[in-house]
Write a protein that binds this ligand. Structure first.
Ligand SMILES: Cc1cc2nc3c(=O)[nH]c(=O)nc-3n(C[C@H](O)[C@H](O)[C@H](O)COP(=O)(O)OP(=O)(O)OC[C@H]3O[C@@H](n4cnc5c(N)ncnc54)[C@H](O)[C@@H]3O)c2cc1C
Length: 321
């Protein structure tokens, strides 16, 4: 048996969240006295043997052109075949967009129990019990997976990347893939921005900023810090900011090292997407704003006065003019 980890990539580079999943999977394999393998689909620029430093013994790959664009149904079949080939009893994903699309499909296909949003290593000494966050991050549940094949999707930033020594063997699979049901005609990517799901620093704005014309105070601070930008749901619903910046229960879940919340009230649905951030700084003119309860640092004040001063201080500290 083995542990198989899906290594998601963007523009040929393995995503940081997948390296967390690889490190996590290697530790699960160690606990089960077995080996961890990775699977990478589509064109990859990264050096595959060097992924051995994350504890992976082998990397499965495929030269099939059908895998060059992300298609969750085709990827599910490819991973199911690799899992059979590797006799994988535990399959691990990052609980990111692609992981969320594939893991449930694979679970049905392999009749495998699935735990989504894992936050810790499974307890393999007493069955197979995995801790996951529930109720929008308000509580944890310990879930036992009883099926022969088990699938886990790991919350981004819940497990630290562990680098060691080692080189992985690379095996190219000859996969029997289905015809894609959709044809991707063009992919238009946002360029020049720090991807929100991978960002260590995030500056976020809410309805307190009054309108899109004031967003420069958010983007100026983000630029000075080298941070990504995000927003609350009403902001993206009003088209002040693009939908891919919306964080919360119905948007992205992020866990950066630093999260700046500017003019955001701190509704539970917003907190659900950001409350795993390591340090939260809240700037709000209402001292009773619920976000202050979740804040590590709080400034009661008008964002239009406070934020430019912080931006200036950051620039001065960094020597940016
Ligand atoms: C099913 C469901 C799902 C939802 N999912 C999400 C989600 O994923 N993400 C999300 O964000 N929301 C979500 N919501 C909406 C959520 O309940 C809140 O309505 C929303 O988060 C509020 O956004 P806000 O804080 O930007 O705006 P508001 O609630 O209007 O708060 C604005 C804040 O700005 C402050 N402020 C005003 N002027 C200034 C100033 N000059 N300086 C400083 N502070 C100022 C105010 O004191 C206030 O606290 C969801 C709601 C439902 C029902």
């Amino acid at each position: 048996m083995s542990v198989l980890i899906f290594l998601d990539q963007a523009d040929g580079n393995i995503k940081k969240n997948s390296l967390e999943a690889a490190s996590y999977g290697a530790k699960v394999a160690e606990g089960l006295n077995t080996s961890a393998f990775g699977i990478v689909l589509g064109n990859v620029k990264d050096d595959l043997p060097s992924l051995g430093k994350y504890g992976l013994k082998k990397i499965f790959t495929s030269g099939d052109e059908a895998l060059n664009n992300f298609d969750d149904q085709v990827f599910t079949v490819a991973i199911a075949e690799a899992a059979k080939n590797a006799d994988a009893k535990v399959i691990i994903f990052s609980n990111n967009f692609n992981g969320k699309a594939i893991a449930p499909r694979l679970s049905v296909r392999l009749k495998a129990g699935l735990v989504t949003g894992a936050v810790a290593l499974p307890d393999t000494a007493n069955g197979f019990i995995t801790k996951k966050s529930v109720f929008s991050g308000k509580a944890f549940a310990n879930v036992s997976i009883k099926t022969d094949v088990k699938i886990i999707s790991l919350n981004p930033n819940a497990y630290k990347i562990a680098e060691g020594e080692g080189t992985a063997e690379v095996e190219t699979l000859n996969l029997q893939l289905p015809e894609p049901k959709v044809n991707i005609k063009a992919v238009n990517k946002v360029t020049g921005e720090i991807p929100l799901s991978e960002a260590e620093l995030v500056v976020s704005g809410g309805r307190g900023l009054k309108g899109p014309e004031n967003w420069n105070i958010v983007t100026d601070l983000a630029k000075a810090l080298g941070a990504a930008t995000s927003c609350s749901r009403p902001v993206s619903d009003s088209d002040w900011r693009p939908h891919h910046e919306h964080v919360g229960q119905t948007g992205l879940t992020i866990a950066p090292n630093l999260y700046f919340a500017i003019g955001i009230s701190g509704a539970i649905q917003h907190l659900a997407g950001v409350n795993r951030s390591k340090t939260i700084v809240v700037i709000n003119k209402d001292p009773e704003a619920p976000f202050f309860k979740a804040a590590d640092y709080g400034i009661v004040g008008d964002a239009f006065e406070v934020v430019p001063k912080i931006t200036e201080a950051v620039k001065k500290l960094k020597g940016i003019s």
